[in-house]
Design a protein around this ligand. Structure first.
Ligand code: FAD
Length: 121
């Protein structure tokens, strides 16, 4: 984790984080993204969690959509989110794509960013 942060700091605006790659890799294929440094966070297991913290639900940036889809905690605490996540792409996309990647990419038609704008106007 510290190494990833250090790389991000050193590379500045030219760097991109690679999470599930479900939005970033298509951008590479279309020639719409050309980062100078690609920081792969896929092995940072500490970013993959869903847990209760001080009366809130904390979701790690690298939590896959499929993990969120299967989470009883999320189903109980955020039924709207639990209802929306199965609508994301297909099982293959949900197995790779991450909650953090979806929020960072912020596609206005994507499920999680849309719900975020409902929670945090
Ligand atoms: C065929 C297909 C269908 C899809 N259908 C849907 C759909 O119906 N609904 C929907 O909502 N989405 C859909 N998606 C997108 C999917 O949800 C992606 O998983 C998501 O948009 C991006 O998550 P990712 O982990 O793949 O991120 P990546 O593609 O790896 O990264 C996306 C962007 O976020 C940045 N980023 C990633 N993680 C972080 C982080 N931790 N901190 C800061 N920046 C970060 C990256 O640098 C990049 O700019 C689809 C994708 C595909 C390929």
């Amino acid at each position: 984790m510290q190494h990833a942060i250090q790389l991000l700091t050193e590379a500045g605006d030219g760097a991109k984080i690679l999470a599930g790659g479900q939005s970033l890799v298509p951008l590479f294929n279309l020639g719409l993204a050309r980062p100078s440094v690609l920081i792969d966070i896929n092995r940072l297991d500490t970013l993959d969690y869903i847990e209760q913290r001080n009366g809130s639900i904390a979701v790690g940036a690298l939590t896959r959509h499929a993990t969120a889809e299967a989470s009883d905690l999320l189903h109980a605490a955020c039924p709207l989110l639990a209802e929306a996540i199965p609508m994301i792409g297909d099982p293959q996309v949900r197995n790779r794509g991450s909650v953090g990647g979806s929020l960072a990419h912020a596609d206005p038609v994507a499920e999680i960013p849309t719900l975020r704008s409902v929670w945090v106007p």
